[in-house]
Design a protein around this ligand. Structure first.
Ligand code: GRF
Length: 230
C-alpha cells in the first residue's frame, strides 16, 4: 500500500524538506508520497518548497484548519498526516478519523517541555534555563491534545554549559531531520502502528545510530552512544 501523505507546517519547512528528500532517496521503495502540503501561514516557506516540486498546497484559513480540515484531507485521499512544525491544534474530527495515522515531531524529550505554548524557541529557552543536560527530539502519534499522543521514537541530544537556545535548537533540528522521515516512512509502511490499547507496536527503534557527535563552543567533542539497546 502506498500512503498518500499530507504534511502540515506553519514555518520554514526544513522537516518537510527532510521528508521529501528521504522519500525521494528511497525511490521505488518509498512507502508513500507527500501529495499535499498545507499551512495556516500563507507565506510559509514550506508551501514554496512544495510548489517547487509540483505538490498540491493549501492555505488553512480558520474554516479550513477547523471544520474544513477533514473534508480537505478526504478530497486528497490522504491516509497519513505529518505535522512538521504545525502550530495549530488538530481538530478532534481529524484525530479520530485518522487515529494512528497522524505523526508529529517535537523538539524535546516529551513529556518534558511539551504542551500548549511549548514550541520553537520557547522549548529551547526552557531547556537552557533549567540547566537540562540532555534534550532531544520526539516523534509521536497525535491525539486531541498538544504533544500528548503515544511516543514512537526519541533521540537524545547533549546540552552543553556554553549552549544558547539557538545552538540547542540547531542541534535538535539536525536530529529531527534524521528521525522524523524514518519514522514517518515506517508508519506509512505499516511497520509502526498504534494499537487499540494505545500502545505503539514497532519492529525495534527505527534509527540505528552508532554515535551522535556534538561539540561545545570550545570544540570539545561529545560523542555518545545513542544506538538503542540491541
Ligand atoms: C521544529 O523544531 C519542530 O520540532 C517544531 O517546529 C520546528 C519546525 O521547523 N515543531 P521547520 O519548519 O521544520 O524548519
Amino acid at each position: 500500500m502506498s500512503s498518500r501523505i499530507a504534511v502540515l507546517a506553519s514555518g520554514g519547512g526544513s522537516n518537510l524538506q527532510a521528508i521529501l528528500d528521504h522519500f525521494a532517496a528511497l525511490g521505488d521503495a518509498a512507502p508513500g508520497a507527500v501529495v499535499l502540503v498545507a499551512s495556516d501561514q500563507p507565506d510559509a516557506l514550506a508551501l514554496e518548497r512544495a510548489r517547487r516540486l509540483g505538490i498540491a498546497t493549501a492555505v488553512l484559513d480558520r474554516e479550513l484548519r477547523t471544520a474544513g480540515l477533514l473534508p480537505l484531507l478526504q478530497q486528497h485521499a490522504i491516509d497519513l498526516v505529518g505535522l512538521a512544525g504545525y502550530l495549530r491544534l488538530v481538530p478532534s474530527a481529524v484525530t479520530h478519523a485518522l487515529r494512528g495515522r497522524i505523526v508529529n515531531v517535537h523538539p524535546a524529550l516529551l513529556p518534558a517541555f511539551g504542551g500548549p505554548g511549548m514550541y520553537g524557541d520557547h522549548v529551547h529557552d526552557a531547556v537552557v534555563a533549567t540547566g537540562t543536560r540532555v534534550t532531544g527530539a520526539t516523534v509521536h502519534f497525535v491525539d486531541e491534545q498538544y504533544d500528548h499522543g503515544a511516543v514512537i521514537a526519541q533521540w537524545p541530544v547533549p546540552v552543553f554549559a556554553s549552549d544558547t537556545a539557538a545552538t540547542v535548537a540547531l542541534r535538535v533540528l539536525e536530529v529531527e531531520h534524521q528521525l522524523f522521515p524514518r519514522v514517518l516512512a515506517d508508519v506509512a509502511a505499516g511497520r509502526i502502528t498504534l494499537g487499540a490499547d494505545g500502545r505503539v507496536s514497532r519492529p525495534g527503534d527505527p534509527i540505528r545510530f552508532t554515535h551522535f557527535a556534538a561539540s561545545d563552543a570550545s570544540g570539545a567533542a561529545d560523542a555518545y552512544p545513542v544506538a538503542p539497546p540491541s
